[in-house]
Structure formats: C-alpha cells, structure tokens
Write a protein that binds this ligand. Structure first.
Ligand SMILES: *[C@@H]1O[C@H](CO)[C@@H](O)[C@H](O)[C@H]1NC(C)=O
Ligand SMILES: *[C@@H]1O[C@H](CO)[C@@H](O)[C@H](O)[C@H]1NC(C)=O
Ligand SMILES: *[C@@H]1O[C@H](CO)[C@@H](O)[C@H](O)[C@H]1NC(C)=O
Ligand SMILES: *[C@@H]1O[C@H](CO)[C@@H](O)[C@H](O)[C@H]1NC(C)=O
Ligand SMILES: *[C@@H]1O[C@H](CO)[C@@H](O)[C@H](O)[C@H]1NC(C)=O
Ligand SMILES: *[C@@H]1O[C@H](CO)[C@@H](O)[C@H](O)[C@H]1NC(C)=O
Length: 410
C-alpha cells in the first residue's frame, strides 16, 4: 500500500507544511499590494471626472492608470488630448473624428491592452454624441435583412400557424408541435413595427450603473428594455430608473426562485408587478427545458388578471440574430439577452441608448466595479462573450449608430 510507510508520510508532510507556509506568506504580500494599489486607484479616480465632461463638466487632472494598477510614468496615453480641452467638442469636429477613429482602428480586443482601449474610450468623452443617420440606416437595414424583428421577433399566430413544427433554437432539442392550446396564447401579430419609438433605452445590468444617477435619463426614453428581472426598487431607482416597457425573464430564474411555478404562484406575480404594465419576454423555444415553465407564466398572469402581455422569442429570430453577431466577431456559445434586445431596439427605435453595458472588472477610469449593479455574482464562464459584445458597441458608438453611456449622467 502506498501509505503504509509512516516515516515517508511524515517526511512528505513536513515539506508540504513548509510549502503551505510559503504560499500563505506570498498570498499575504500580494493581498497587501492589492490593497495599496487599490487605494491608489480610488484616490486618482476621485480627482477624475470625465463623465460629467460629457455634457459640460470639468476635466480635473490627468490619470496614470495601467492594467496592473501600477502608476504610469509617461503621461502620453491618457492626457494626450486633454491638454487642449476647452469644452464639449462636436461629434463631427476634426478632433472627435480623430478620437473616434482611434476606437475604430482597434479591430480586435486582443490588439491592444485593455487600459489602452479604456484610455481611448475615456478620451472620446469630450465629444458630444450624434447619430449618423447614414451609418445607422446601413446597419439597420442589414439587421432587417437578417432578422426582421418587426415580423419575427416573437412567435405570433401569423408567423407560427397552428400545426407548425417549430424547431428549437438548440438543435438537439428537436421540434415543438404548435397545438391549439399554445397557438391561442400567441398574439395575432407582432405588437411593434419598424422605427416605432423615437428614443429607446436598453438597460444592461452592469455594475457600471451603480452611482451613475442615470435613472432620470433612462425614464425619459420613449421605450425601455430591461434584462432578466432586474431589481428596480427605491434603493436603485436613482441609478437605473423605473420605467419598463419590456423585461426579459430567464426561465432558470423561474426554476430557481419560483419553483418552476409548480407551487405558490403569487410571489412570481408580485415580482412582476414591480414593472407595472411591462411586457414579459421569454425564450420559451430556446430548448425543451424552457417551454413548459415559460407557458406557465402566461397562465399565472391570466389567473391574476394581469394586464401584462407575455411574448415568446421566435427561435428562428434568435438563431438569425446570433448568426448576425457571429459574423461581427461575437463568438460565444450564446449571445446575451442584452445583445438580443439591442438588436431588436435597433430595428424598432430611431435612436438607441445603452446603459449598464460594460463587461470589464473596472470602469473606464480604472476603478473596480461589481459585476451587476445589485450584486457581484459572476456569470458562468465561457458561456457569453460579453467583452466582445461591448467592444462592438464601442465601435457602433464611434460610428454614430447607437450611444453607449458608461459615465454618470448629469
Ligand atoms: C468648472 O470649473 C470652474 C472653475 O473651477 C467652475 O467655476 C465651474 O462651475 C465648473 N463647471 C462645472 C460644470 O462643474
Ligand atoms: C502622472 O504622471 C505624470 C508624469 O509622470 C506626472 O507629472 C503627474 O503628476 C502624474 N499624475 C498624477 C495624478 O499622479
Ligand atoms: C460632417 O462632416 C462631413 C464630412 O466632413 C460633412 O459632409 C457633413 O455635412 C458634416 N455633418 C454635420 C452634421 O456637420
Ligand atoms: C456618417 O457616415 C458616413 C458614412 O460612413 C460618412 O461619410 C459621414 O461623414 C458621416 N457623418 C458624420 C456626421 O460623421
Ligand atoms: C433567417 O435567416 C434565414 C437564412 O438566411 C432566412 O431564410 C430567414 O428568412 C431568416 N429568418 C427570419 C425570421 O428573418
Ligand atoms: C398594458 O399593456 C398591454 C399590452 O402592451 C395593453 O394592451 C394594455 O392596454 C395595457 N394596459 C394598461 C392599463 O396600460
């Protein structure tokens, strides 16, 4: 037997203990450094108010950040543009054209250091944002060729007739036979049409929203999309607002928090009441596991005589949207529900504003942020590809297709 010799075992333990002590000492030193450098981040961050500069605020001092938290000695990258800072520059000015090109020249996330990308993004904050109608229309028409949200975003009685053998988004899940029971809970037609809403806000749940004071700006949009039943209680309202026209629900939340609606249903009904009359969107036909629980949502809301509409994403719409973004470089097992909503918003709205979309552990000023604005629970690794989604949004912002908000609102 391997462990029959006691002396050998003790010898080994001795070495292990020493090794363990060494590791502990190393960890303590590292932790101390983290704390020290963390403090530096914070101190510098406080001097730095680029976000209010977006509208009319002041630029106060340079910033010396790098990825590692070390203090940069040369002041080339960050302060390059701010020496000339006089006020908000026009989107179309030569300076802003140059700054926007600096973002667009980064063709892939791996091309530059994260801190360099952040610096370029921060620099752009001195520019007002304007929509470039030409660019936006080109993008929107390629989206409508691929995906056509105004006709296919949800399953409707028109696009999914009785008897349809609906293919699930996940191939191996097979097909769902549309019977009359399911057919009759579909809306007759898509409830939205092209460019129906003037200004839309799509609200991601990123920690970047915390202390952003963007609630009022979000509530001022004509139509507001939110993802995954996010909390919008008093505690958060200043930062994230209240208005909700559409909210997605991930069936795994219903399974975990609401017992698949197989037990008491009132807690779920009450959780949805917070969003008042918002429509509830579910990926019922993503895979077989989602279907029953998603359809039960409709029954629950009907039983409680809720006015809220329940809609199901058309699986073909989801497939086409995923393919669209795959070609744009978003290589993920599954695109996020945020990206699906942004895609829909681009077709349904004239002007699209993104809040809470930022997938990095630090904000653009290098200050650590939580993963969500309400908690710090990390997502499943390797499932979504958030940084590359955000990276695409920064490009689109620079082209004037949509606007990404990452700073506080004034
Ligand atoms: C900018 O700074 C100047 C001088 O420090 C101050 O008078 C002004 O009110 C500031 N503007 C804003 C928008 O904070
Ligand atoms: C940043 O670095 C420059 C150049 O070394 C230095 O002059 C400046 O004081 C630093 N700024 C801060 C805020 O530490
Ligand atoms: C922006 O610049 C382009 C090219 O320089 C010009 O054709 C266009 O009219 C300008 N647009 C605005 C809104 O100033
Ligand atoms: C809008 O985009 C078009 C096409 O890329 C470009 O020619 C034009 O100069 C842009 N306009 C502005 C105001 O940036
Ligand atoms: C999705 O893409 C396929 C193949 O490109 C196309 O035939 C189909 O019409 C698209 N579906 C929708 C809903 O637009
Ligand atoms: C709630 O929303 C539904 C669907 O969007 C709509 O038909 C209904 O009239 C709305 N009810 C109220 C009270 O606003």
């Amino acid at each position: 037997m391997g462990y029959a010799d006691p002396s050998a075992g003790r010898d080994l333990l001795g070495t292990r203990t020493l090794f363990f002590i060494f590791i502990c000492a190393f960890a303590v030193v590292t932790l101390r450094q983290q704390i020290l450098y963390g403090g530096k981040y914070l101190k510098r961050g406080l001097q730095f108010s680029w976000q209010s500069g977006e509208e009319l605020g002041n630029w106060t001092g340079t910033f010396n950040f790098t990825d590692e938290g070390a203090v940069k000695t040369g002041s080339d990258a960050g302060s390059r543009y701010f020496e000339f800072y006089e006020g908000p520059f026009e989107f179309n000015s030569t300076k802003c054209l140059e700054l926007r090109r600096d973002i667009m020249n980064v063709k892939g996330l791996a091309m530059v250091k994260q801190s360099d990308l952040f610096d370029r993004w921060k620099s752009l904050a001195i520019c007002k944002w304007e929509m470039n109608v030409t660019e936006a229309n080109v993008f929107k028409s390629s989206l409508s060729r691929c995906c056509n949200a105004p006709s296919f975003m949800f399953t409707t009685q028109k696009n999914t007739p009785l008897g349809t053998k609906l293919k699930y988004e996940v191939d191996s899940s097979g097909i769902f036979h549309i019977n009359s029971e399911v057919f009759q809970i579909f809306p007759k037609e898509m409830p939205y049409y092209r460019s129906q809403f003037k200004k839309c806000a799509v609200v991601g749940n990123g920690g970047i929203l915390k202390n952003s004071r963007c609630g009022r700006e979000i509530d001022n949009a004509d139509f507001v999309f939110r993802c995954n039943l996010p909390p919008i209680s008093d505690k958060y309202v200043l930062d994230v607002g209240l208005k909700t026209d559409v909210v997605t629900v991930n069936p795994s939340i219903i399974t975990e928090r609401f017992h698949k609606l197989e037990k008491w249903r009132k807690p779920f009904y009450e959780a949805l009441q917070v969003y008042e009359n918002a429509s509830v969107l579910l990926p019922a036909f993503y895979n077989t596991r989602n279907t029953d629980v998603s359809i039960r949502v409709k029954y629950v809301l009907d039983d409680f005589e809720s006015q809220q509409a329940v809609y199901y994403f058309h699986p073909q719409y989801l497939i086409n949207v995923s393919r669209f973004w795959f070609i744009q470089g978003v290589r993920a097992k599954r695109i996020s529900s945020g990206l699906i909503l942004v895609s829909a918003a681009l077709e349904l709205c004239e002007e699209v504003h993104l809040f809470g979309f930022w997938a990095f552990p630090m904000n653009p000023s290098g200050i650590f942020i939580t993963h969500h604005y309400y908690d710090n629970v990390k997502p499943r690794p390797g499932f979504h590809s958030m940084p590359s989604e955000i990276f695409n949004f920064l490009h689109m912002h620079s082209k004037g297709i949509l606007r990404v908000h990452t700073g506080p609102c004034s």
